[in-house]
Design a protein around this ligand. Sequence first.
Ligand SMILES: Cc1cc2nc3c(=O)[nH]c(=O)nc-3n(C[C@H](O)[C@H](O)[C@H](O)COP(=O)(O)O)c2cc1C
Length: 203
Amino acid sequence: MELFKAINTRKSIRKFKKKPVEKQKIKKIISAATKAPNSENRQPWKFVVVKNKEKRKKIAEISIIGGAERYTAIKDDLNKKFRKIPKKKRKELIERFTSGKLFHFLYQSPVQIVVLADNNIIYAVHSCSAAIENLSLAAHGIGLGSCWTMIGCINPENEKKIRKIIDYPGKNWEITGIMAVGYPDQDPKLRKRKPIEEVIDWQ
Ligand SMILES: Cc1cc2nc3c(=O)[nH]c(=O)nc-3n(C[C@H](O)[C@H](O)[C@H](O)COP(=O)(O)O)c2cc1C
């Protein structure tokens, strides 16, 4: 896929087909991730490919708890944000947020790729974020969908639990992204961005 087409058509995917993702394709997108700019070329990352059902379930469960914690705390803001939606629909939607059910897709995706930053290395999180964008675009370019998910990591205790599940308990490690990856089973609209004039500051 042409580069700008990939950039302009990528979108987060939160519904996946059951079809497993071929190992070669997983390697291909991780290889693309490692080509990202990274501080001092120290490559401060690890890509943990979680295919194991039990582990995926546990990670999804923690993310669901994280989602419930986050959105219950900001329920009033959600009500404001969705005020234009009819009452019954709005209530259902907010319930999906505050129950954390919204994040069940992490379990549904056939693979999760947990991207870990090694904070013993300078600018590790920045470098990993660049890698994740490459990974997302590469996935899209070969017909896979992905969603960068951090809801399970807002609470540091939850983040620690997820690292324990994948066997990275060391304090130097920080989860930079839990990528749900799989064949898309939805085609959501592209999310709008702020007008370019609003975000550029020519000096
Ligand atoms: C740091 C970061 C954390 C994110 N965490 C979540 C998340 O926990 N759950 C989720 O569904 N999407 C998450 N997203 C995806 C964003 O919601 C999504 O990128 C944004 O709404 C724009 O939509 P698009 O990717 O379809 O263009 C995250 C994205 C980033 C960069």
